[in-house]
Design a protein around this ligand. Structure first.
Ligand code: 5GP
Ligand code: MN
Length: 355
């Protein structure tokens, strides 16, 4: 049984905005992941099936690893087609922001929010939404924006009308944000949502293979190299850092998406409570963190790297070298020791074996 967790007023207002709109633009955060694309494309397919003109505009190019998603070929990256994307946003009468809580996460595309006359809606599951929309549907308890989007669709009475392509995209977002239902599954009826999506005929095996079980030879070598040569363990802090320099990335012909999952592999280290992956990209160092239990990596990402995210999965950026980005975290590890020890104690009480 799928519970009714949403405020009815929000669902009513959203349904009314959809009804009044004919040109809809859906957008998400920069460097879109499975949940960002799953939610925007999923809603796009639903809106198209209702006769709306709906387009997904992303701040930058989506990763090729998600090209199996139905509708991927229709995505308009703002970085590649700025004028076309601006025209779409200018003409839109509804703008739906999925999977991000503040305009900072849109990079250069945030400028388009100033030119638009569209009604703006946010559908998101990050803490601390910064209120840049007319209708804010924000549920940080949800596993994913796709879970939230499904609940909205179900509450609007549109489950039967949900096209298979939409269901496939939503399922992909739930699977990627929960690592196939292994983390972040607070609401037990998420399993009922998965059943409801699978009943539509969603190709679950394809989604798993494409999102979590496929890499290029270069990507396999790069992530193996990182774990072999670029993993630093700080046992006394129950922390680890895995990093890649710009030279490492070019040596293995790095392409977007190649390091997906690497940070989770580092978290497999027994006894470790939190990990960071730092990648020296051309303009900044991308920081990605993961943790166990209640250890808040979103707090570290906010305090040290101007970022945020969820308690167990967060990210940020650093302007400078990867060595300096690492030093910053190492220098602050002792600040988080009290919290780390508390989390370690709780996990031990729950039966986890931490050496
Ligand atoms: P990932 O490590 O997979 O890139 O991101 C994990 C989580 O952290 C996602 O929920 C994502 O939205 C959030 N996140 C990643 N990078 C950033 C960032 O630079 N700023 C903020 N505010 N959140 C981020
Ligand atoms: Mn998400």
């Amino acid at each position: 049984m799928i519970e009714r967790l949403l405020q009815e007023r929000e669902v009513r207002e959203f349904a009314a905005l959809v009804e009044q709109s004919s040109e809809v633009v859906l957008t998400c955060h920069v460097r879109p992941d499975g949940d960002a694309l799953g939610s925007t494309l999923g809603l796009m397919h639903l809106l198209r099936s209702m006769g709306k003109h709906a387009t997904v505009v992303t701040p930058d190019a989506p990763p090729r690893s998600l090209s199996f998603l139905p509708g991927y070929a229709d995505i308009v990256p703002y970085s590649k087609y700025p004028e076309y994307a601006s025209g779409l946003v200018e003409r839109a009468d509804m703008l739906i922001a999925c999977d991000f809580n503040g305009l900072k996460r849109q990079d250069n595309m945030s400028a388009l929010w100033e030119i638009t006359k569209a009604r703006k809606v946010m559908i998101d599951h990050h803490e601390g939404p910064d209120g840049f929309v007319d209708l804010q549907i924000s549920y940080p308890d949800m596993s994913s924006t796709c879970e939230l989007a499904f609940r909205i669709i179900a509450a609007m009475g549109l489950y039967e009308a949900l096209p298979l392509d939409a269901a496939t995209c939503l399922c992909a977002g739930i699977i990627t944000d929960t690592r196939n239902l292994s983390v972040n599954t607070k609401h037990l009826d998420l399993y009922d949502i998965m059943v409801a999506l699978l009943r539509k005929g969603v190709p679950k095996r394809l989604i798993l293979k494409e999102t979590m079980e496929t890499k290029s030879a270069d990507a396999i070598r790069l992530t193996s190299f990182a774990l072999c040569e670029r993993l630093k363990v700080y046992k006394e802090h129950r922390a680890a850092i895995v990093y890649l320099t710009a030279d490492d990335l070019s040596r293995f012909h790095y392409e977007k998406g190649d390091t997906e999952g690497l940070v989770n592999q580092a978290l497999e280290l027994r006894g470790i409570i939190y990990v960071a992956f730092m990648r020296e990209d051309p303009v900044s160092v991308k920081v990605s963190m993961r943790s166990l239990g209640n250890f808040p990596v979103n707090k570290i990402c906010a305090e040290l790297y101007g970022g945020g995210g969820h308690r167990q999965a967060a990210g940020g950026e650093y302007q400078g070298s990867v060595q300096d980005a690492m030093r910053l975290l190492v220098d602050h590890m002792s600040d988080y020791d009290v919290c780390m020890c508390q989390v370690a104690e709780t996990l031990k009480e729950e039966g986890y074996v931490l050496n």
